[in-house]
Design a protein around this ligand. Structure first.
Ligand code: GLN
Length: 537
């Protein structure tokens, strides 16, 4: 019931990158495993309307939801942990908040009034938080406030939390995630940064109810007591979050620390039974005790920053677990790949995945990679731009259209085998204008794709402007590359494959967004299975 919906706010202190998203997702998992319905929301204090126009170096991967929202990568964690789809309502930025308020001002909704941060912006933030609660679908809404307490940008969010907590007395609480650094030279854990960050929060009128302390060393009860005293929380509400070997261990560590119990008791729930985490534990054991090992090359151009390919890396981990196989991932920069380096960089790989991306940089290396995988029968998985590279490679080397290209890379190519979608030709604005979100795809019976999905129709998420040029389709199919997935309404080619190759698949959509712990994506699972076969042969 909406009116009974409880709100949990997660703020961060001391530094960024402490893993608020993982803590939020872990708590949500524990509550879900007790039968509650939970969703998680991320409020991002930057001015961009969404992260869709951000370079992956700035903000990591852009995660896409079914309803076509371009969102923060933390939403990926939420879906992977909870196995429940998120939507635009789960990610709001300062830009979006201001845009709504300004639109309203222009409509005249505030006629006569001066529009101000307080109350108009803070009201809009509160409204965004309560939108999910009002849906009546959830027992708990966990709202993660991006950034670190003390940032100028976060102030309106903290103020909104302060007001909401007061208004929703007993129905809202605040978890503050901080860092307890270990000073090597002194051999000691230090609580001072946490004390300061909690003071900062208190000075803004917010008293945290629970402190989750990230640490590399066990906290011990003396340190917990100290944190409790200085930060004005109960000792049992100081939760240790020790570095874990995988993010998927964090829900179990949080359960050991009783984070969920502490939260539930604060909301007045007593007689709480244990959550059922058996499926989660069995997944974790498969990751921890694999029976085989494969090496997968992930070819991209943002390889310095693993967050750029977050969902793909997680999809590979999920698929590894299903296959009880350790997946070692080598991130290889496509700019380093050329005819001379090909063999050395790629020949030891058991599977090759060419990543999504935009623009020209590193593209020829990706095309060379596809050729190598195709000719050497190495399992090949191309996602979005990776699929487009496979189409270009096939045109150049099999169809003998030597100057074939994607119109994104060479607008003047005589053979634009990948070209701009009709609907994209008029588009001028960059933000939110790609082909985004879930579309239906019909699978060809007897194809590899059909065999993997075991379905006639699927729904997958998209994020692209360019597409396969159907004028060339007959030529491709005659020469051994088939379109095994087609959008039934538009006729757009969504999947290509080479039936003669042991495992060669290119997808225009992003399957990685839909891989979860409970539902590892079938394409990833099959790709890893093929890699195991390749490894053993
Ligand atoms: N740049 C390509 C396009 O816009 C591929 C996009 C992607 O890989 N997400 O079509």
């Amino acid at each position: 019931m909406a009116s009974n919906c409880k709100y949990i706010f997660v703020t961060g202190g001391v530094t960024s990158s402490l893993g608020k998203g993982i803590i939020s997702a872990s708590l949500a998992k524990l509550l879900q495993a007790r039968g509650f319905s939970v969703t998680i929301q991320k409020l991002d204090p930057y001015i961009n309307i969404d992260p869709g126009t951000l370079n992956p170096y700035e903000h990591g991967e852009c995660y896409v939801t079914d309803d076509g929202a371009e969102t923060d990568l933390d939403l990926g964690h939420y879906e992977r942990f909870l196995n429940v789809p998120t939507s635009q309502a789960n990610n709001v930025t300062t830009g979006r908040i201001y845009q709504r308020v300004i639109d309203r001002e222009r409509r005249g909704d505030y006629l006569g009034k001066t529009v101000q941060v307080i109350p108009h912006i803070t009201d809009e933030i509160q409204d965004s938080i309560q939108t999910l609660g009002r849906s009546g679908d959830y027992d708990f809404i966990i709202t993660e406030i991006g950034g670190t307490v003390g940032d100028i940008e976060s102030l309106p969010y903290i103020e909104a939390v302060r007001q909401l907590k007061l208004e929703l007395e007993g129905q809202a609480l605040v978890i503050h995630l901080t860092l307890i650094p270990y000073l090597e030279a002194a051999g000691e854990l230090k609580t001072k940064p946490t004390q300061h960050s909690v003071k900062m929060l208190q000075s803004l009128g917010v008293q945290p109810d629970v402190i989750v302390a990230r640490t590399s060393h066990e906290l011990g009860s003396d340190i917990k007591l100290k944190i409790a005293k200085f930060c004005n929380v109960h000792k049992n509400a100081v939760i240790q979050s020790i570095d874990a070997s995988t993010i998927y261990e964090v829900p179990l560590l949080m359960k050991e620390e009783q984070l969920d119990e502490v939260v539930l008791k604060k909301f007045g729930y007593n007689d709480i039974e244990s959550p059922d985490l058996s499926a989660w534990i069995s997944f974790l054991n498969k990751i921890k005790y694999p029976k085989s090992k494969v090496t997968i090359g992930l070819i991209g151009k943002y390889v310095e920053l693993k967050d750029s390919y977050k969902s793909i890396l997680e999809g590979l981990i999920h698929a590894g677990a299903t296959n009880e196989c350790k997946v070692k991932i080598e991130l290889i920069h496509s700019e380093n790949i050329n005819k001379r380096t090909l063999k050395e960089l790629l020949s030891h790989l058991d599977g090759i995945l060419v990543a999504p991306g935009f623009g020209e940089r590193g593209i020829e290396g990706k095309i060379e990679t596809v050729k190598f995988a195709r000719e050497n029968n190495i399992p090949f998985f191309g996602i979005c731009l990776g699929m487009q590279c496979a189409v270009v490679e096939f045109a150049r080397n099999t169809l003998k259209l030597s100057a074939a290209n994607s119109a994104e890379i060479d607008p003047k190519t005589p053979d634009p085998v990948i070209y701009l979608m009709e609907s994209q030709k008029k588009v001028k604005n960059k933000g939110g204008t790609m082909r985004l979100g879930a579309y239906t795809c019909k699978l060809k019976k007897g194809s590899l794709a059909h065999k993997i999905y075991q379905k006639d129709e699927i729904q997958e998420r998209h994020r692209h402007r360019f597409e396969f040029n159907n004028n060339y389709l007959a030529d491709y199919e005659k020469n051994g590359m088939i379109a095994s997935g087609i959008n039934p309404e538009s006729g757009l080619v969504e999947i290509v494959e080479i039936p003669k190759h042991p495992w060669f698949l290119g997808v225009q959509f992003h399957p990685e967004y839909k891989s979860t712990v409970e539902n590892p994506h079938p394409l990833f699972v099959s790709f890893i299975e093929a890699a195991v076969t390749h490894h053993n042969s």
